[in-house]
Design a protein around this ligand. Structure first.
Ligand code: ASP
Length: 311
């Protein structure tokens, strides 16, 4: 059963049937998108605002396409040109958005918890498009959909999440989702880039690629989030690649048919080698982008049905 939450702020706390229902709906949007049909009536007359305080290529574009395919009026608010730079607080921004009768607000912010704060103040349904090091729920949903379509299930699979787990909201959302749906999660990286309380989440921690990738069905690589690092947590990009970068040699530690994922943007030659990233059989990276649109359509669909203005 779907819980009647009108926001999507995090995966943590979502119930497995709610996640599966979203994935099922997203699956139907994959088919619709591939058939070239649209459903422009669903969000007709609704306004979706993309409010991005941090850079984004895939996520913002993907929400824009998803909103437009469902018929919403989509506005991209660029923070560089907005009054946030003139000192307007987040809550003043919320008041402004309320006055504009925005229905769906997609927020990315450098501070963990910022979308949750906005959700308390705006009339719109808020979707977290990545907050600090906290969560990036739609990324985890699109990753799960990608895996489920390829492997037919999530239950019982071993997913190795590798690299800069400490600063990764993608890792956190994925850990919650994958464990909820019955996967086993390995997190793999240097001691300096693994959260100290990681094992408490129910994952198995490895500080060695060979051991961490053993038995993995999926190898998910993460970007080194230099912008969130204070001090030198890694010696150098070259050194990092030697020990932690995914190349064909390290991929051979995983199952012979293991598939490779990366949320993007990729640092080629740092956390992943180009030949692995571009491998047409093993890499799911392009498919992840396609699934992103379908998942976001499903999320907009579900939340718009629960929106306050419908009550
Ligand atoms: N695009 C993802 C995020 O916003 C991953 C990354 O930036 O490395 O978290």
């Amino acid at each position: 059963m779907l819980t009647p939450n009108r926001h999507l702020l995090q995966i943590e706390g979502m119930h497995p049937p709610e996640i599966s229902a979203l994935l099922d709906l997203a699956e139907s949007y994959v088919l619709l998108n591939r058939s070239g049909t649209t459903q422009r009536d669903l969000l007709r007359g609704r306004t979706l605002i993309n409010l991005f305080f941090e850079d984004s290529t895939r996520t913002r574009t993907s929400f824009e396409i998803a909103g437009k395919r469902l018929g919403a009026d989509v506005v991209n608010m660029s923070v560089a040109n907005s009054s946030v730079n003139k000192g307007e607080t987040l809550l003043d921004t919320a008041a402004t958005l309320n006055a504009m009768n925005c229905d769906l607000l997609v927020v990315r912010h450098g501070q963990s918890g910022a979308p949750a704060l906005l959700a308390q103040k705006v009339e719109a349904s808020v979707i977290n498009a990545g907050d600090g090091t906290h969560e990036h729920p739609t990324q985890a949903l699109l990753d799960a959909l990608t895996i489920r379509r390829r492997r037919g299930r999530l239950e019982g699979l071993v997913v190795a999440i590798c690299g800069d787990v400490l600063h990764s909201r993608v890792a956190r959302s994925n850990i919650h989702l994958l464990l909820a749906l019955g996967s086993r999660v390995h997190i793999v990286g240097p001691v300096t880039l693994i959260p100290t309380d990681a094992a408490r989440l129910g994952v198995t921690v490895f500080h060695d690629m060979k051991a961490g990738l053993a038995g993995a069905d999926i190898v998910m690589m993460l970007r080194l989030q230099k912008e969130r690092m204070t001090g030198g947590l890694v010696p150098s990009a070259r050194e990092f690649f030697r020990f932690w970068g995914l190349d064909a040699e390290k991929l051979a530690f995983a199952k012979p048919d293991a598939l490779v994922m990366h949320p993007g943007p990729m640092n080629r030659g740092v956390e992943i080698a180009s030949d692995v990233a571009d491998d047409p059989i093993r890499s799911l990276i392009k498919e992840q982008v396609e699934m992103g649109v379908a998942v976001r359509m499903a999320v907009l669909d579900v939340l718009s049905r629960r929106a306050k203005r419908n009550d």
